[in-house]
Design a protein around this ligand. Structure first.
Ligand code: NAP
Length: 282
């Protein structure tokens, strides 16, 4: 599928802040692949023509970021099951001239959990997912696909109910008041709200009722150590941060465009961690 000197790009508006060139650049160098990964800043007016003419622009594929994911969903000629379920395409690749779309967040979400908390999926595993936005959608889909029972708790209850309607039997929606009871029987707690992220309100949660041995996963990666993860570690829970999700999801596209086996190494983590710390330092 990949070709020598293949070029891929991240399409968004703006895109200057994207860490994708750093991540893909690391793997291209590490694996000795003569390819390139570039930034493509495209206005909403320019994006559709650029995406449908990707080959003419010299690209074999790329990532799609804000605000183009839903438009990409409408424009790809074929899509994978995750993209269809989530309703957004964030990775595209050309296959025999056909524009394919996928959603790498589900892959990133679950691969990171497998990698950082092996054995998390205990028999009869129950998860509590906080939030009902884009990240929660990927998380609920990925967890339900693994046979996990997912309780969704969101500030706006109607959005949690919407996810349940979509993902069916394994998911249920709950009011915030029911959280302590849900935590008592949870094997996994995932924060998919933006609370706890730098510049956003903190996540108000008391982990005292959380089942012993439960894994706590925060998809936020700025900061790397959120208040939730700090509290979880203090209480003796295994804690998983969101950086690995970002890195693992990038591997999904890399394999499509360039081939090879891009690994999330401690060296790569350290590189991106240093960049996050430098940019969030006062
Ligand atoms: P989103 O679609 O805007 O959803 C935000 C969610 O947070 C909603 O459920 C919202 O609840 C909830 N929320 C926001 N402010 C709140 C508050 N003050 N109190 C309670 N709930 C609040 O955002 P998203 O795309 O899902 O992203 C969520 C987080 O995940 C972000 O921090 C993002 O950086 C992170 N993320 C990480 C990765 C990764 O690769 N690690 C990938 C994607 C996203 P309502 O429905 O009530 O508004």
């Amino acid at each position: 599928m990949s070709s020598p000197n293949a070029r891929a790009c991240v399409m968004g508006h703006p895109v200057a802040h994207s860490r994708s060139p750093m991540i893909h650049g690391y793997w291209l160098k590490k694996l000795g692949i003569a390819g390139a990964y570039e930034l493509a800043d495209l206005t909403p007016e320019a994006f559709p023509g650029f995406l449908t003419g990707l080959a003419a622009h010299g690209y074999v594929g790329g990532n799609i970021t804000v605000p183009h994911k839903e438009v990409a969903f409408k424009l790809v000629q074929r899509m994978d099951e995750a993209a269809r379920a989530i309703g957004a395409v964030n990775t595209v690749w050309l296959e025999n001239g056909v524009l394919n779309g996928g959603n790498s967040d589900t892959h990133g979400f679950i691969s990171n959990l497998d990698d950082r908390a092996p054995g998390w999926n205990v028999p009869g595993c129950r998860a509590v997912v906080l939030g009902a936005g884009g990240a929660a959608r990927s998380a609920v889909y990925a967890l339900a696909s693994r046979g996990v029972e997912v309780a969704i708790v969101n500030r706006t209850h109607g959005r949690a109910q919407e996810l349940v309607r979509q993902f069916g039997a394994r998911a249920s929606a709950h009011e915030t008041a029911g959280l302590p009871r849900l935590l008592a029987s949870a094997d996994l707690l995932v924060n998919c709200t933006s609370c706890g992220m730098t510049g956003k309100p903190p996540l108000e949660i008391d982990l005292a009722p959380l089942k012993a041995g439960a894994v706590v996963y925060d998809v936020i990666y700025v900061p790397l150590e959120t208040g939730l993860l700090e509290q979880a570690r203090r209480r003796g829970h295994r804690a998983v941060d969101g950086l690995g999700m970002l890195l693992q999801q990038a591997g999904f596209g890399f394999r499509k465009w360039f081939g090879g086996d891009p690994k999330v190494t401690p060296e790569l983590r350290a590189l991106v961690e240093a960049d996050i710390r430098a940019k969030t330092a006062k």
